[in-house]
Design a protein around this ligand. Structure first.
Ligand SMILES: [Zn+2]
Length: 104
């Protein structure tokens, strides 16, 4: 089962403009609100962030992923141009350039 978010296309009802519903992955998406029968559309759920993504997808989405390789040593598997591959705890110069990531 997974939680999906739906939004009322028209007027909201007691469930609110946006409501969550638990459905099986194999269920068809709702087109009608179970409460007021008004038309609804499925939203891209926040829970989809929990789906495992490849490192390159994460990078494209603006995430930085660090994988622990040794005590105090992390591999930046989503490194961008100019970033070092390994981040070491006591070497600030090996930190990912987050300000650049955010600006991008
Ligand atoms: Zn409704």
């Amino acid at each position: 089962m997974a939680v999906y978010e739906y939004e009322h296309i028209g007027s909201p009802c007691a469930l609110g403009k946006i409501f969550e519903i638990t459905q099986s992955m194999s269920d068809q998406p709702l087109t009608r609100c179970p409460e007021c029968s008004g038309p609804v559309k499925k939203l891209i759920s926040r829970t989809s962030i929990n789906v495992t993504k490849s490192n390159s997808e994460l990078r494209d989405l603006g995430f930085t992923k660090l994988v622990k390789r040794d005590d105090g040593v992390y591999e930046n598997v989503t490194r961008r141009k100019g970033e070092s591959r390994y981040m070491e705890r006591d070497k600030p110069e090996t930190m990912p350039d987050l300000s650049k990531t955010i600006r991008d």
